[in-house]
Design a protein around this ligand. Structure first.
Ligand SMILES: NC(=O)c1ccc[n+]([C@@H]2O[C@H](COP(=O)([O-])OP(=O)(O)OC[C@H]3O[C@@H](n4cnc5c(N)ncnc54)[C@H](O)[C@@H]3O)[C@@H](O)[C@H]2O)c1
Length: 438
């Protein structure tokens, strides 16, 4: 395939070298004349393991050329990969000036080309950039329509500096965000042989995914480092703790707890996090990330409350009360906090939870209701139909299919539904779906 690559920094230079190695003809484009000169001489413009030898060999193959002429590069290629930098602006926003300038040049060049062209954006960019900013610029400048005269895609790059070539050859997966088939087919032929799943998704999802991956990596590093500081304060071996933590593939290094849903609560996480934060204070260890977790959890609860209050209904049916599905444990349940808020605002509230009936509750949980939330105990109903018929708005707080199935036939068209856990398929519910809580 004939490929043009715009931006010959870490991402662009490694892509150029690897694609040429794999037999493609690649034209590299950069505004930096020094980088172009280096590649012309068969030298690498970046310091990366394996790049010196690889650049030398692909330059010798005759499959690599470089230019600062955008028009020539577009005319001579079928597909362009855009890898220019997207640094931070002073206020933290993304500086897209290089991307925007380039999009103008690409659009003007496309005007001169009769064949269709594929633009694959590989620079990390905030969601919406390709469809709302860059594709419209190319449309205006070229006079052609996106999806007809040209195609756009976003393919996040997952390589890490220091191991770029190895990462290029062994990505975790290949993600292609596209709204039309030509870019997907082209990228499948370029990258389909690589290990890892090839996944097609929307452009916005792919854009957001790149940020979520990087943010998650930053979170993991910070978690490990905060844990290490606390361990040091306590005289515990942090390497051993983190090594053992990583060996749990069921709950720790796994998809567990990574599905959006409602706030955490219950008898363990809140109290143990509080104790950790207190312990750190005792050791004079600062743990800003751990300390921010309860506040973030509270924001999630407040957001749900605001969502329900904004619906303006006064008769509320809470479907679920315990801190998670399948238990009757009410200790530090965020659904209890939500329910208490509604009661405090003078709303009429009834509660259904298949695991929480006063008549069924035993020992500690019964005592908990009687001592701590007696006002909620009196609102509990064992019959779902009674709660539904007495409510104008239903708050889904249980991730329980059986309860959802039982609820469906009881709904009428005037019911509003707010889903806190992401269980409801809105189209399958009679009533007005007021959306997810977040
Ligand atoms: N560096 C990484 O490990 C990495 C990994 C994944 C994604 N990314 C993302 O990829 C993008 C590129 O990152 P990088 O580290 O390779 O950047 P970089 O700063 O090393 O290189 C960017 C290159 O783009 C060139 N450029 C600027 N304007 C241009 C234009 N109009 N036409 C042609 N070239 C132009 C610059 O001269 C420079 O050589 C960024 O959005 C980054 O967030 C980087």
């Amino acid at each position: 395939m004939n490929i043009s690559i715009f931006g010959l920094g870490y991402v662009g230079a490694v892509s150029l070298a690897c694609l040429a190695r794999d037999g493609h003809r690649v034209t590299g484009v950069d505004v930096d004349a020094a980088k172009l000169a280096l590649i012309r001489e068969g030298k690498t413009p970046i310091v990366e393991e394996g790049m010196i030898e690889l650049m030398r060999s692909v330059a010798a193959s005759g499959r690599v050329s470089v230019t600062d002429d955008v028009l020539a590069a577009v005319l001579e290629s079928d597909i362009s990969m855009i890898c220019v930098g997207t640094p931070s602006a002073a206020n933290g926003s993304q500086d897209q000036s290089a991307l925007v300038r380039l999009a103008h040049d690409l659009g003007r060049s496309l005007r001169e080309k009769s064949a269709s062209h594929v633009f694959v954006f590989r620079s990390t960019m905030v969601p919406g950039s390709v469809e709302d900013v860059l594709a419209p610029i190319i449309e205006r400048e070229s006079g052609k329509a996106s999806g007809i005269g040209f195609h756009v895609a976003f393919q996040p790059e997952f390589l890490r500096e220091g191991s770029s070539i190895r990462d290029y050859d062994k990505p975790p997966f290949t993600i292609v965000g596209a709204a039309s088939e030509p870019p997907v087919a082209a990228l499948r032929s370029l990258f389909g042989h690589l290990p890892g799943e090839f996944v097609q998704t929307s452009i916005r999802t792919a854009e957001m995914l790149k940020y979520s991956c990087n943010n998650f990596h930053a979170l993991k590093i910070t978690f490990a480092n905060e844990t290490a500081r606390l361990c040091q304060g306590l005289g515990v071996d942090s390497f051993e703790v983190m090594d053992l933590l990583s060996r749990d593939r069921q709950l720790n290094i796994s998809p567990a707890y990574l599905k959006p849903g409602f706030a955490y609560g219950g008898s363990c996480l809140p109290k143990d996090l509080r104790a950790t934060i207190h312990l750190a204070k005792m050791c004079d260890v600062d743990l800003p990330m751990h300390s921010a977790i309860p506040a973030s959890n509270r924001v999630h609860v407040d957001h749900a409350i605001a969502r329900v209050m904004a619906c303006g209904k006064r008769r509320i049916g809470m479907i679920g009360l315990s801190f998670k599905t399948g238990t009757d444990d009410l200790r530090e349940s965020p659904l209890v906090q939500v329910t208490e808020h509604f009661i405090g605002k003078g709303l009429d509230v009834l509660v259904y939870d298949p695991e929480v009936h006063l008549s069924k509750l035993l020992g500690a949980n019964r005592r908990f209701i009687e001592q701590h939330v007696p006002h909620i105990g009196s609102l509990l109903r064992p019959d779902l139909a009674e709660v539904v018929s007495a409510s104008d708005l239903l708050v889904l707080g249980l991730n329980d299919r059986a309860t959802l199935d039982a609820l469906r036939p009881l709904l009428h068209e005037d019911h509003m539904i707010v889903d806190l856990v992401g269980i409801a398929e809105p189209q399958s519910l009679r009533g007005q779906y007021a959306g997810l809580c977040w």
